[in-house]
Design a protein around this ligand. Structure first.
Ligand code: ATP
Length: 291
């Protein structure tokens, strides 16, 4: 009987493992759907990208015959933080999509450390940039493995350091099984703010020179918002960062803020100079600080 039971038990184990793996593969496909469709050219190169300085020069883009971005130029010197703000539909996310080459620009160039992104291999491009997306995908696995996903093969110590820097330590200490707690579809459901901090921990672990933070639109309580701001500060240290912001609290410390309206940069400057200019940024700021 035992001889029959053991293989069945083993089969049950294999079935559960496969089912778990399939759930992860499904999630991977939803990620892959969003991967750039553009192929590496025969001359694509993989230079060392250490600084992550970014330059958009005269970039224009249209979806079909609908103009979305028009003559967008800006520069993020190494180690600086630039934020993009603007009404919904202004073209902020499109800038990130072009950076990742989800689509090709029709005009203009995008360079990282002086290398045209069109001349880089997809691998080199994606290694150079760590993104905190609006919507973080959590796999059906422990919190620790979910963060290790940022740098497969990272040691437990590296993952724990990223958890600390992403201001997740308090959250982890409240979980019954700490960082071994299962999260994701059949585990603990994380709040929007906690998920963004998991994504920040992943990005810190990945250690790419250029960081892109695409802020989630979901509203956060002030405690959660502060935790994200602190985690962001840690993430930005020693890195070049591009922040797509919906809450202006995320941008006040940026070296430069770009105000986008209908696909054009209509104002640029730091928080104080933009308030003094009394233009669109001031209007956005006033609306957000009314309550
Ligand atoms: P939000 O703050 O709401 O995220 P956004 O400033 O990031 O907005 P984008 O997502 O860049 O704006 O969109 C810019 C414009 O491009 C919008 O009018 C949008 O409807 C349009 N758009 C986005 N994706 C596509 C697409 N795949 N095909 C056609 N039009 C698109």
């Amino acid at each position: 009987m035992m001889q029959l039971f053991m293989p069945l038990n083993f089969l049950g184990f294999v079935y559960r493992e496969i089912r778990g793996a399939l759930a992860n593969i499904e999630r991977m496909f939803s990620l892959l759907d969003r991967q750039p469709k553009i192929e590496d050219g025969p001359d694509a190169t993989s230079p060392q990208i250490a600084q992550g300085s970014l330059k958009f020069e005269g970039v224009s883009f249209r979806y079909g015959d609908r103009p979305i971005l028009s003559d967008v130029s800006f520069e993020i010197p190494a180690g600086h933080k630039v934020a993009i703000v603007g009404d919904s539909g202004a073209g902020k996310s499109t800038i990130v999509k072009l950076l990742f080459r989800f689509y090709e620009t029709q005009q203009g160039t995008i360079t990282i450390d002086g290398h045209d992104t069109k001349a880089l291999t997809q691998h080199a491009l994606r290694s150079a940039i760590a993104i905190v997306p609006q919507d973080t995908v959590l796999f059906n696995d422990s919190l620790m493995e979910n963060i290790r996903y940022g740098l497969p093969g990272a040691s437990d110590e590296q993952v724990k350091a990223a958890i600390e820097l992403a201001h997740l330590s308090n959250f982890v200490s409240q979980l019954s099984e700490g960082w071994h707690t299962k999260v994701g579809e059949r585990g603990l459901k994380l709040s929007g703010g906690e998920k963004q901090r998991v994504a920040i921990a992943r990005a810190i672990l990945k250690g790419s020179p250029l960081l892109v933070f695409d802020e989630a639109t979901s509203s956060l309580d002030s405690h959660s918002e502060q935790a994200i701001l602190n985690a962001l500060k840690e993430m930005a240290k020693g890195h070049t960062s591009l922040v797509i912001a919906h809450r202006l609290s995320t941008v006040v410390d940026a070296d430069q803020i770009l105000v986008l309206s209908q696909g054009k940069i209509v104002e640029r400057g730091d928080h104080q100079s933009l308030l003094a200019a009394d233009g669109l940024y001031k209007k956005l700021w006033t609306v957000q600080n009314q309550h």
